[in-house]
Design a protein around this ligand. Sequence first.
Ligand code: PHE
Ligand code: ZN
Length: 765
Amino acid sequence: MRTTQDQAIHLKNYKEPEYRIGTVDLDIDLHPNKTRVKSKLSVIRQKNVTKDTPLILDGDELKLISVSLNGKLLSGDDFHETQTELTIKKLPKSAKFELEIETEIDPTANTKLMGLYRSGGNYCTQCEAEGFRRITYFLDRPDVLAVYTTRLEAHKSENPVLLGNGNPVKKGSAGKGRHYAIWHDPHPKPSYLFALVGGDLGSIHKPFKTLSGRKVKLGIYVEKGKENSADYAMDALIRSMKWDENVFDCEYDLDVFNIVAVSDFNMGAMENKGLNIFNDKYVLGDPETATDAEYSNIEGIIAHEYFHNWTGNRITCRDWFQLCLKEGLTVYRDQEFSSDERSRPVKRIADVRGLKASQFPEDAGPLAHAVRPETYREINNFYTATVYQKGAELIRMLATIIGEQKFKKGIDLYFKRHDGDAATIEEFLKCFEQAAKVDLSQFALWYSQAGTPLLNVSSKYNKSKQTFILEFEQITPSTPGQKRKLPVYIPQRIGLIGSNSNDMKATKVVGAEFKDDVLHLTKRKHKVTFSGINERPVFSLNRGFTAPIEVDYRQSPSDLAFLAANDADTFSRWQAYQNYASKLLLAGYRAVLANKTMKIDAKFLDISKDTLLDESLEPAYRATILSLPSEGDLAQIIGKNVNPDAIAKSLSVLKTALGEIFEPERNKVLNSLKSSDSFNASAAEAGKRSLRSLLMAYAVASKSKSALKDVVSNYKKSNNMTDRFNALRTIVNYHPTKTARDKALADFYKRYTHPTPKPECFGVI
Ligand code: PHE
Ligand code: ZN
């Protein structure tokens, strides 16, 4: 059926639009099946474009009612309509003209959730990437920026709330039980940021004053009766707004900022200008039903969409190939926000785990693509882990390579130079090149080359010469359509740790640039010599996960143990503990398969106990580091012919051993992690909950008598979903008595079964 969509679109074929649109006046009469859309466009022909060049507008599933040009109704000969396009053939001489188009759409029949649709009786829209063309004929491409004024009309009792982009201008009665609202958005924007909502919704409101004194009315709209569950989201929004002012000097720019939660939504949420629309699971947070992980998701996604106001909306993308320009950068910004609001090391570990779980396999499989792809058939398939998560890693790596201060200078320049633009990755990188006075052409390969580079590393210590020599070789595997790869710019934050557990300082480093603990590897191979190293160091590399690469560096169990106990870098310390634990668990796995008993390494248990008791580490970090690799992590390392029972057995033996060694300390540690009686969703409290739960899980795994009792009473007395669910999981996984397990499950089922179970929605995650 579709013609243009079936053909691949190529970045190299990008052409500037021949026509632009200055203003858009929309008049939308909301009706369940026959919504009328009147659109008045001021069109501007671009320089060097002749009047014979037809104006071709995009459309999809629209019923065309009429077209007028400069106030004159056009006849069928003057335009041509297909399923995907409306072509205006005869155009006036003057470069500027006005086009009025009237269309009809059926929001109730729209089950694609693209364009205008209905969710639970409410009207809402989704226009990214190409949904606006399902509302009206338009130049539906991100480099056509226009100023929108929208008049909405609906039945007053059915849709008392009418929201649009920008600022509210006027509202009133439209007769016959109908009412209207007019919204004006002064900021030119691409059509994918258009939104409207018409519905019967409850709401909460808070005032916000920006740094320069602008008063903003914040609103969150939810299903009636759920208003209280939006308080956490509102708090997260206010913290996001303040953070963006403090860290990026980005202020909000309208008089209102509204968020609407809907239950039917294909993705997480959408950053429409001044009117974000959310999948309601990322807005509603109630202690009875939301876990700490869900609260942190709400916080992160509220921040992400809000941060798009600058990175995405004020500066948008020239074309969809540049998607990572807004998404990678905005993910980086939300990760930084959550790191500041919560625990930085725990956030970093979670992000890297996520990257390795979803982006690494993507990069290694048949769908591998560059962070900025060069061709696509269907843009909706490019909202990927590579564009979002690897895209964020590239920004983080850029900050590491040029340093925090120059990074800030570069981003400031980007905001200043490109405010109001539809920009490209090249323009973005140019800002950093100029601010930091560096050449980023090699770094730019990260945007065009797919695949996860592998860094092979070997080391040698020479006692008599007091040198430590590192050899590096990078290889990026071939990916579909990209056989040969060039060497990429790999920064490596490293440490040479001495026996006193401090990082040693070399007197001289040759073989690669080395500055502020970062090695800059730019060639396929490097041999780097550190001089003045007076004892064999334990080498810590890819600290903080400096680069999104795989590292192959053989480390002895004793070096891993040393790093797990001593690495000053909290990420690498976690990584070392994980690698160490994996080695033990895999040895255990093999022992189980051979019907032998699994050996438990006493040193591992000692390090674990010291870590548990180290109060200089936040509870959230202690819980993260002491969580053993999952069944899935281990299966991935084993690769072929995985025996899940043997993995489970190996894990259970190690957990039991940890439970036994922790047992004498358990009550003391639990006492230090006490929470107040009323529930608090803060990161600090969440951290305590997670360490308490880990301790209880290991204690129950080791069949501690008191723990078996305590976990059941913890289940019963929990005042929040996190504690209750953690206790349930521990009981179900480790409690030896079947009745205890069955009782807990039955109670949980009874407690949380919706009175009228809601059938699972199709395709909605
Ligand atoms: N742009 C949205 C986000 O932040 C994601 C999205 C894409 C939502 C396409 C809907 C449709 O990240
Ligand atoms: Zn986004």
